[in-house]
Design a protein around this ligand. Structure first.
Ligand code: NAD
Length: 355
């Protein structure tokens, strides 16, 4: 139960009201679990819920960070009118150079907008942005579409969705996979929860920022699916680091060990692409001091959300809990802002990357 301040308006927003039970969550999830995988290039470009078509959508974009900045720029590049707000003037200026119009506040950004996209750090930011007196939902006209791409608690997504629905506003939770490289290249994967009709309207907009869309079910289902993926990723990265450290401690070459694993049953994205051992993959964050990539503290947040989601339904996630603690230790060791593959450093061992 925490009160946060709406940074858009300065209004206090109670971010803890939770009328969403795990039963409500289960029924929302079971309502539309058909997986729709479609390339957005072949997606619908018409048939919107409000009678507008894709080119007429006017987009407000809130949160121009590592992910949101390039996403907003890709929308502008695709020809959309994009007005954006970020609490960071530097982020606004960067996006401005790529054709994104800067607004002095989130409320100003959504004036006249038909679609609002948010890409913020965590649940409290998203709830503070949309809910409460003066929150963005009170600034939007009925018929608007809200797409929140942040990774947040499924229950938070459901709270915003419910509040939107009561105002005649459609809402999708659409967290992404693909990282900063995918955001820049416009090849993100959107993992979506919400009504199918709203998703059809959103497809052309999502297509300007990404390549794949998975419809996982009703409100909150996109967030649940995203947390499942990131929990698996967090565990796999940590155990890959552990395996490499074990091998190196026995005198193995990390490059040779990784090459073998990459074509054996221990293979994964962590071995093949984002290898956590410095120097094994020149293009991986590990080979540039773990700079860039997906921050340790974002992985820590996602694992916390996964554990919370497990508690809600009584699921057992022993490895997810263990991994959450490992990333917490890595953060406390001063590597919170580095790529999450820096978890390798916890188990570097003698002769390891710490030297
Ligand atoms: P970021 O910290 O780089 O960006 C967040 C931006 O939001 C910042 O520019 C910040 O100034 C802005 N902001 C914060 N509060 C605001 C407010 N009230 N109004 C307007 N702007 C506000 O984070 P990011 O890496 O872009 O990640 C955003 C979300 O995407 C997170 O939920 C993260 O978990 C998720 N995600 C990140 C990655 C990645 O590789 N970085 C990958 C997938 C998903």
């Amino acid at each position: 139960m925490s009160n946060t301040t709406n940074s858009t308006t300065g209004n206090p927003t109670n971010s803890a009201t939770n009328g969403v039970t795990s039963n409500a969550m289960s029924s929302a999830m079971s309502s539309a679990m058909s997986n729709v995988t479609s390339s957005t290039t072949s997606s619908t470009t018409s048939g919107t819920t409000s009678g507008t078509n894709a080119v007429e959508e006017r987009i407000a974009f809130i949160g121009l960070g590592h992910m949101g900045g390039p996403m907003a720029m890709n929308l502008a590049k695709a020809g959309y009118a994009v007005t954006a707000f970020d609490v960071s003037p530097a982020a606004l200026e960067r996006a401005g150079q790529a054709g994104v119009m800067a607004a002095p506040s989130a409320a100003a950004a959504v004036e006249g907008a038909t679609v609002v996209i948010s890409m913020l750090p965590a649940s409290q930011h998203v709830e503070a942005l949309y809910l409460g007196e003066g929150g963005l939902l009170s600034h939007l006209a009925a018929g608007a579409l809200v797409i929140d791409c942040s990774t947040i608690a499924p229950a938070s997504a459901q709270r915003v969705s419910l509040a939107a629905e009561t105002r005649g506003i459609a809402m999708l939770d659409a967290p992404v996979s693909g990282g900063t490289a995918g955001a820049a290249a416009g090849t993100l994967t959107f993992i979506v929860g919400g009504e199918a009709q709203a998703l059809e309207r959103a497809r052309p907009v999502l297509g300007a920022m990404g390549k794949n869309v998975f419809h996982m079910g009703g409100a909150g289902a996109g967030q649940v699916a995203k947390l499942c993926n990131n929990m698996a990723l967090g565990v796999i990265m940590a155990v890959t680091g552990e395996a490499l450290a074990l091998g190196v401690s026995h005198g193995l070459d990390p490059q040779a060990l990784s090459a073998m694993m990459a074509v054996s049953t221990g293979r994964s994205w962590a071995t093949e692409v984002c290898n956590p051992w410095p120097g094994v993959k020149p293009e991986a964050p590990a080979s540039r001091g773990y700079a860039g990539g997906f921050g340790n503290d974002l992985m820590l947040k996602d694992l916390g959300l996964a554990v919370e989601a497990a508690l809600q339904v009584g699921a057992a996630v022993p490895l997810g809990e263990l991994a959450r603690n490992l990333y917490a230790l890595n953060s406390r060791a001063g590597r919170g802002r580095l790529d999450f593959s820096s978890v390798q450093q916890l188990v570097a061992g003698d002769g390891g990357p710490l030297g």
